[in-house]
Design a protein around this ligand. Structure first.
Ligand SMILES: [Zn+2]
Length: 237
């Protein structure tokens, strides 16, 4: 059954902020597909194609190996349900989330695509979707209380070049950190946990209503929006 769905970056970040899963997440792994490349991307049908390919490859997993795929223009696709462990970084799937760019940022030297083109076909510097992915990854870090250092490249744990020879881990982590610094932090409270908070003013309430437009899944019981900390505390009903 298809599980992929397309979201805007804002929608994706808002959903991630409210995510509840029982798996413990300790790292986010970044990938590129290598194939399909950016020019082979045709919207959600391309993502469905990757899922079908993975379903054949890993019958037991029977799902897209990645949790999130990012398109060349910043399209965001939620793929494998977050609750379920992915199939993207062997030996590290249980406690991670896999994010993959639909791009070829550099495969093994000399490797050619099925259509004969040489790798790499895409450059991270001119790939519009790069920042969109970093924003989504920043939202994941916020949600799971991870540092930018917990964002890792697939090639750190495998002999693959993934997410590509043109990608720089340090630069990528720094970009994620910049987005984290600029983001509002959502802190989910559990049980009777009581942070040191002040109730937001009515002006903030409007802002919160906008952020959670039409959502009745979470009741805002206590929250704080300190401009310099930019934190909003949420309590589950
Ligand atoms: Zn990979």
């Amino acid at each position: 059954m298809p599980t992929e769905r397309q979201l805007t970056v804002d929608q994706a970040c808002a959903e991630i902020a409210k995510l509840h899963i029982s798996r413990r997440i300790t790292s986010i792994f970044i990938h590129h597909c290598w194939e399909p490349t950016a020019s082979q991307f045709h919207g959600i049908s391309t993502v469905a194609g990757v899922r079908r390919y993975h379903q054949k490859k890993w019958r037991r997993h029977n799902e897209n190996g990645y949790h999130i795929m990012i398109g060349p223009s910043g399209e965001v696709f939620f793929c494998c349900p977050f609750e379920k462990k992915g199939a993207h970084a062997k030996g590290h799937n249980s406690h991670s989330i896999g994010v993959s760019y639909i791009a070829d940022f550099g495969g093994p030297p000399g490797e050619k695509h099925h259509d004969g083109r040489s790798s790499p076909t895409d450059n991270p510097d001119s790939y519009t979707g790069l920042a969109a992915g970093q924003l989504v990854v920043a939202a994941l870090c916020e949600r799971f209380n991870l540092a930018a250092d917990d964002v890792r490249f697939h090639n750190e744990v495998s002999n693959k070049t993934c997410p590509g020879t043109l990608m720089d881990l340090r630069e990528y982590q720094e970009a994620v950190q910049r987005f984290m610094d600029g983001n509002i932090k959502f802190v989910l409270l559990t049980g009777d946990e009581r942070p040191d908070f002040v109730i937001a003013t009515s002006e903030h309430e409007e802002e919160l209503e906008e952020l959670f437009d039409g959502d009745d899944h979470i009741v805002l019981d206590a929250y704080n929006h300190i401009p310099d900390q930019r934190k909003i505390y949420l309590r589950q009903p």
